[in-house]
Every structure is written in structure tokens, then in C-alpha cells.
Ligand binder design. Structure first.
Ligand code: CU
Length: 134
């Protein structure tokens, strides 16, 4: 290896290290992730609720998260004890997570979600409010 090649190789390695360093920093905070409702309203009855998990700084969807806590109750209408069944469903869109739920009453429902993101420490925890219409 002559000295020119050596210098170029060293430069490439240093650039590589700098890029890895900034990528790690950019992905370091679990608070950068959040759920968003695909639709803010559902019809009363058997409903499908879709949420998108995004990395907020760049708005990118986050696929392959492990969703481990879900609860749907009427806390927004003062009925926190009124919870309903909710079950995960398969989704074909990366970063979108679907649930089947028995929405038994019109009004405000709170969806509580927890998630683990690949390669991140900590837990994403969000509460989203959905409006059930007749
Ligand atoms: Cu209710």
C-alpha cells in the first residue's frame, strides 16, 4: 500500500466512523417514537383500528415493533371502567398496526399502546383518543 492509498483508506474509515456515530445518536431516544391514528373516528360496532408507529424526527414508519400492551376504554367520557376486547390483526403496510375491537358505545375511547422498537432501549407508551360515531 503506498502512502496515498493509505491516506484514502484512513479517510474512508474515519468518515465511516463519523457516520455510524451520528446514526447512533439520531436513533438513541425512545421518546422520538410515537403512535398516530390512521383514522380518528370509527363506527360503533366491530371496528378495525389502524395506528402508525413513526420515528418523529423524520416521520418514517417503524416496522417490526413488538406491541405488548393494549387497552381500549371509555376514559375520555368518564367511563374508564368500561373497557372492551381488543385483538391484534395482521397488517400488510410496514409501520401500520391493526386491531380488531368491539366498540360497544358511541363516544370517546382511549387506546393505550406499548411497543418495543428493534434496536432501541425502553418502551414507547402512548394513549390515543378515538371517537366512535353511530
Ligand atoms: Cu361507555
Amino acid at each position: 500500500m503506498n502512502s496515498y492509498t493509505y491516506a484514502r483508506t484512513l479517510q474512508a474509515v474515519l468518515i465511516g466512523i463519523a457516520m455510524i456515530g451520528s446514526a447512533t445518536l439520531a436513533r438513541a431516544d425512545i421518546k422520538d417514537y410515537g403512535f398516530q391514528l390512521v383514522d380518528k373516528t370509527v363506527k360503533k360496532g366491530d371496528a378495525i383500528i389502524s395506528v402508525r408507529l413513526v420515528h418523529k424526527p423524520d416521520g418514517k414508519p417503524v416496522p417490526d415493533a413488538v406491541i405488548f400492551a393494549t387497552r381500549l376504554d371509555m376514559a375520555p367520557d368518564g367511563m374508564q371502567e368500561m373497557a372492551t376486547k381488543i385483538a391484534p390483526m395482521p397488517s400488510t403496510e410496514p409501520g401500520v398496526y391493526k386491531f380488531k375491537a368491539a366498540v360497544t358505545m358511541e363516544g370517546g375511547w382511549q387506546l393505550s399502546l406499548g411497543a418495543k422498537v428493534q434496536g432501541e432501549a425502553g418502551t414507547v407508551e402512548n394513549k390515543l383518543v378515538i371517537k366512535a360515531t353511530p
